[in-house]
Design a protein around this ligand. Sequence first.
Ligand SMILES: [Zn+2]
Length: 297
Amino acid sequence: MIIDIHTHTPQFKEAVPASALVMNDRWRPDRAVAATFSWGDYLAAQVPAQKSVVFGVAWNPGQMTDNLSGQGAGDTSWYTGNVNDATATFVRAHPDRLIGFMSVHPYDATCLEEIERCRVDLGLRGIKLGANYQNFDPLESRALAIYEQAQKHGLPILFHQGTSPVRNAPIRLAHPLLMDEIAMRYPDLKIVMAHLGHPWQAESCVVIRKHPNVYADISGTFYRPFSFWEQMVKAAEWNVLDKVLFGTDYPITTVAETLDHLRRVNEIVEGTKLPRVPAEAIEAIIQRDSLALLGLG
Ligand SMILES: [Zn+2]
């Protein structure tokens, strides 16, 4: 079974109207990405994954809207819903294929209540945080309160890690070594470090090696082919390929193209003596039961 651990909630239930279609050409070097997408777009792009974890990002305190504005998506005034409600509605319509995560902002006065509402009323099973996008210090007390509650209730947290092209998102807040600090304080908290911490993949490898409950996903990394090969070789050398989870970061990539690039990861070193990523390790990542590892089986 293929499980996609990292996807984003569609903004539109029906087809995206032409007037609302926003293309972003900064996310990937090889092609533009539709930053606005529908339930139908999402579900088609997720084939052949059988299960996908889906979430939005609560960009601002007191405003749960995943407004995408910081990602250069242009005028987003058409999208004003609570992102957790949007995620839950989508998941309820496709419970066989989707597992919903919530997003909260630590500066929101009702943050802990929102976690409980999402967990109990909406049935969301984990948390997505992006401290750089949300502009909070991952080690400050209000953030720690989130981890405490997540650990207590078995809610895994998927953190955006590493860089992003969003101009007002401080990169230092998404450095992988911060995850080491969090994991030492909350050893039972399940953590997923997104994008293998790009471009700090070695730092991510040593963090996931150290902490039994910390994993990393490979979402949104294949389109830098040399870095992609290098990160997989590093993960092999640090002996952490078993902590690496399959993910796409849809809409940034689709399941089919991520599978294709994973299986061709060694092509870039053909004709050289450089190390290869073992094919069986690649297939193990593709077939990994990430939900069971995160306590969501
Ligand atoms: Zn993402």
